[in-house]
Design a protein around this ligand. Structure first.
Ligand code: ARG
Length: 464
């Protein structure tokens, strides 16, 4: 096949180089954005009188046919037409001749690919934002069912203080809310229209860049032609945002894997979200959570690939940048694969409230509250800490929990202790007295849930 750029060449490209150079196998997924961009560019060229009106109209009409043909599966892309941009331009020219050959006036593949990738990432980001709203909603729903489900909170994976499962879920709500806002923010910087940057130095044609931006729904146009074609910050930024999403998914997955173990037995994954063993008949494995945790690695890897790929690139466009696509596409695909299955997995899992409660009873999770009890009776905190430290030591020696101690045993540590200590260090009091903003008390959790619901509603009304 004669190349679109074949004029200055006397030899065909080596077959191996065609395969090596070609990006069609992965950039064909941007066909819709490529056509949309070309429609806008051609319309603008016609409006500005840069190409004849009839040609511009013929291009626009035929591009729409090509779009339908691609969607109906009637187009086969060619490896030796290199990429999606030249494949579409070639099909167009084969079909409408000279008019088609005028499409690329005042445009380079460098600003064309920059445009396409921006549009593609904005579309995908919007999808992922919706999935994150779904994820936030799932956590809020779960929290609502577990406002009174007391469980141990951990630091260093050692039992620390009692919290509720609702409070734990709302922690993840906060993480995914930040992920959502990070994606929206990243989309703002992606939402800049590069066409008109040309190969690197703009163009002499009187392009109306703002018209094209308007037509494509961009907020603004890029301000420097060199930067316009060679900026991939927005790709890396998105890869970073997606890494953070995976990190959050992975942390909860890890907790679920741990909590599914016989030792914890805090949760049980639904049969539909677990798998068995080919040899051990008793096994029920949390594969979905493990795979999400595992897939986090490739998404981090993609971020590192992109950063490394870009680090030594002199201005402006270099072919290295074609390597931006597979990693970012893979990160997008992975996150889009994980989020829905994650939501379904946690929606269907069984939460063993009793085991969580029993877990919170062990490990002296109320020791801080016992010390605080003495502080409220007038003892300085450091002294109270020491008294309860002795009490815990005694409990360990005698295989007891603080609440198991008799009044006499209690008072052997401090005569400031009275009957009211039993209530003061009950798990319910420990949780519900933590009424500070952001605390696990029932009242505060209810407030946090209301606030979250209002936030989610505001997104949904914004979108309509
Ligand atoms: N396929 C190329 C890419 O993805 C398009 C731009 C090619 N430009 C060029 N001058 N070779 O980056």
């Amino acid at each position: 096949m004669k190349k679109l750029w074949g004029g200055r060449f006397r030899k065909a490209t080596d077959k191996k180089v065609d395969d090596f150079n070609s990006s069609i196998r992965f950039d064909k997924r941007m066909y819709k954005q490529d056509i949309k961009g070309s429609v806008a560019h051609a319309s603008m060229l016609g409006k500005q009188g840069i190409i004849p009106k009839e040609d511009s109209e013929a291009i626009v009409a035929e591009l729409k046919n090509i779009l339908n043909d691609i969607e109906d599966g009637n187009i086969e892309f060619l490896v030796d037409a290199e990429d999606i941009h030249m494949n579409i331009e070639k099909i167009l020219t084969d079909r409408i001749g000279d008019a088609g050959k005028r499409l690329h006036t005042g445009r380079s593949r460098n600003d064309q690919v920059a445009l396409d990738i921006r549009m593609y990432l904005m579309d995908e980001t919007a999808d992922i934002e919706e999935m994150l709203v779904e994820t936030m909603t799932t956590f809020v729903e779960l929290a609502k069912q577990h406002i009174d489900t007391i469980m141990p909170g951990y630091t260093h994976l050692q039992k620390a203080q009692p919290v509720t499962f609702a409070h734990h879920c709302m922690a993840y709500y906060e993480m995914f809310k930040r992920d959502y806002s990070r994606l929206k923010d990243c989309r703002k910087r992606t939402n800049v229209m590069p066409l008109g940057s040309g190969a690197l130095a703009g163009t002499t044609y009187p392009l109306d860049r703002e018209y094209v931006a308007d037509m494509l729904g961009f907020d603004s146009v890029t301000m420097n032609s060199l930067d316009g074609v060679s900026d991939r910050d927005f790709v890396i930024e998105l890869a970073g945002c997606l890494s953070m999403v995976m990190m959050h998914l992975s942390r909860f997955s890890e907790e679920l894997i741990l909590w599914s173990s016989n030792e914890f037995s805090f949760v049980e994954m639904d049969d539909a979200y677990s798998t068995g063993s080919s040899i051990m008949p008793q096994k029920k494995n949390p594969d979905v959570a493990e795979l999400i945790r595992g897939k986090t690695g490739r998404v981090y890897g993609n971020l590192m690939s992109l950063l490394t790929m870009m680090k030594g690139i002199p201005l402006a466009y270099n072919k290295d940048m074609q390597e931006d696509k597979e990693p970012i596409f893979d990160s997008i695909d992975t996150v889009k694969l994980c989020l829905p299955v994650f939501c379904d997995m946690i929606r269907t899992m069984k939460v063993n409230k009793n085991n969580m409660y029993d877990g919170a009873k062990g490990g002296f999770t109320n020791a801080t509250d016992a010390a605080d009890y003495l502080v409220k009776k007038g003892l300085p905190f450091r002294d109270a800490h020491a008294v309860i430290g002795n009490m815990v030591f005694y409990c360990i020696e005698h295989g007891k929990a603080i609440l198991d101690l008799t009044m006499d045993e209690m008072r052997s540590f401090s005569d400031m202790i009275g009957e009211d200590i039993y209530d003061a260090v009950s798990l319910e009091t420990c949780v519900n007295d933590r009424k500070v903003i952001g605390g696990p008390a029932k009242r505060m959790t209810e407030k946090a849930i209301k606030k979250a619901e209002r936030f989610i509603d505001s997104i949904e009304t914004d979108e309509n």
